[in-house]
Design a protein around this ligand. Structure first.
Ligand SMILES: [Cu+2]
Length: 138
């Protein structure tokens, strides 16, 4: 091997490592119910800089994301999801954020709340009856 080709090979690996480091893929749990939730969740993520993929799956409530970890973080992504009213692995949506979801989108929350994304007064006044037809039923 000539020095030139060694340099070329080294350079190639350097680039390969860099590309890998920049693009991170993750699967996170995001609570939701229906296709409306899917759009809401995916749009919240896709609107962020550095996100190249966001795919939410209803059956296992998982969100597959690919993002450039130099321009965004999983925290940022999960924060903006929680802001739309959906609980993620790291953050819980605020009570009011959750209550503002259409009735059909109000997924069952698990009891243990994580960090709230924005702090809210517990407005129990908004716990109105929101039963009704769900967009899930086809
Ligand atoms: Cu929904």
């Amino acid at each position: 091997m000539t020095t030139k080709s060694i340099v070329a090979v080294a350079f190639y690996f350097l680039i390969a490592i860099n590309v890998q480091a920049a693009n991170k893929s993750e699967k996170i749990k995001v609570n939701g119910q229906c296709d409306m939730c899917k759009n809401r969740i995916e749009n919240a993520v896709k609107s962020l800089d550095g996100v190249s993929k966001a795919l939410w799956t209803k059956s296992d409530k998982s969100l597959a994301i690919t993002y450039d970890d130099k321009s965004t973080t999983t925290q940022k992504i999960q924060t903006s999801i929680a802001m739309t009213g959906h609980d993620t692995e790291m953050f819980s949506a605020s009570e009011s954020g959750y209550n503002e979801l259409p009735a059909c989108c109000q997924y069952k929350r698990d009891g243990n709340r994580k960090k709230n994304v924005h702090n809210t007064a517990q407005d129990s006044s908004k716990q109105a009856d929101k039963s009704g037809s769900c967009c899930d039923s086809k």
